[in-house]
Write a protein that binds this ligand. Structure first.
Ligand code: SF4
Ligand code: SF4
Length: 315
């Protein structure tokens, strides 16, 4: 595993970051013991960086995974709080539920532009105080928006940016892949630490996994890439790819054969734009909501790429 400094934070992170959303109740719904085992496997493979969020409800999994583990683990979390008190409560909850004395990186979740960052300024003020007290080591934002990256790049108080980037541009708001790449360069030039999300476009690029990972790994401004994993085989597979080691064909086969399903987020507004992209006829709208016919879906990912709100993921 390779390790890189995350901007000017002093944190040295593995190039593969464990994206904890997938093990938890919003996606694979593993038990805490099972999910912790997957995370622990990643730590033992050299991953020292875990990305989570208050909304993912995975703090207990992380707490269990790091119990008795003696090496350094860097944890990034995020929440939607916009007030001073709201952010204080979120940081206290993260500390209590992970069992840690500090959270390395705490971020404003899903920022859209400099305007939303300014609208959350009270929350940032709390994070800056928490940083002085040693409860938080770095302050950041996560964003799907090109303008979110550019906005954060202009704010000296922000240390870390967690942008969405992938070779197909799936889920990028306010531009395409090349626009996000330019914004990432601007942010790195401003001294920000950057680590990516959604390199596989929410699972929609799963059939081109090596190409998709090679694309993000080649972006020199990124210190790490958060990848959701929900089995120990996936951990082993991804660790090989990020180490640049060949993957044994038996492991490749097991990971590719893992049962998958299409997950449609609650915020789908039933616009139907994804339906016309599905040549399998697997999608329909019922009572204003998108329904997937599991027998027809071949996980090609075309529908996910068509959704403007990034509602469809292959998990
Ligand atoms: S394009 Fe997105 S928002 Fe529209 S119906 Fe499909 S999943 Fe829902
Ligand atoms: S992943 Fe492909 S086959 Fe499945 S619903 Fe989407 S477009 Fe249709």
């Amino acid at each position: 595993m390779q390790y890189r400094f995350l901007g000017k934070t002093g944190l040295k992170v593995s190039n593969l970051c464990f994206g904890a959303l997938t093990v938890g109740p919003l996606q694979a719904r593993l038990s805490i013991q099972e999910g912790a085992k997957v995370i622990r496997k990643a730590l033992e493979a050299g991953v020292n960086f875990i990305d989570t969020a208050e909304i993912y409800r995975t703090y207990p999994y992380i707490r269990e995974a790091i119990r008795g583990y003696n090496n350094e683990v860097i944890i990034a979390s995020k929440c939607y709080a916009y007030t001073y008190d709201g952010m204080r409560q979120s940081v206290e909850k993260a500390l209590e539920n992970t069992g840690r004395d500090w959270i390395d990186i705490f971020m404003l979740h899903e920022q859209e532009s400099i305007l939303t960052i300014k609208g959350h300024w009270e929350a940032i003020e709390y994070l800056l105080e928490a940083k002085e007290k040693g409860l938080v080591r770095a302050v950041g934002i996560s964003t799907h928006h090109v303008e979110g990256v550019l906005g954060a790049a202009s704010v000296p108080e922000i240390d870390v940016i967690h942008p969405l980037i992938n070779m197909a541009g799936i889920g990028i708001r306010g531009g395409k892949t090349e626009n996000m790449l330019r914004a990432i360069k601007v942010a790195a030039g401003a001294g920000k630490g950057l680590y990516a999300m959604k390199a596989l476009g929410g699972g929609n690029l799963i059939d081109r996994v090596e190409e998709a990972f090679n694309f993000v790994r080649s972006i020199s401004e990124l210190s790490s890439v958060a990848v959701g994993m929900s089995t120990t085989d996936e951990v082993e597979y991804n660790a090989c790819l990020f180490d640049g080691r060949p993957v044994e064909s038996a492991l490749k086969y097991k990971v590719k054969r893992r049962p998958r399903r299409l997950h449609v987020e609650d915020w789908c507004r039933g616009c139907g734009r994804c339906i016309e992209k599905c040549a399998q006829g697997a999608l329909s709208i019922v009572n204003g909501k998108l329904i997937v016919d599991r027998k027809r879906c071949i996980f090609c990912g075309y529908c996910g790429a068509a959704c403007p709100d990034f509602c469809i993921k292959v998990i």
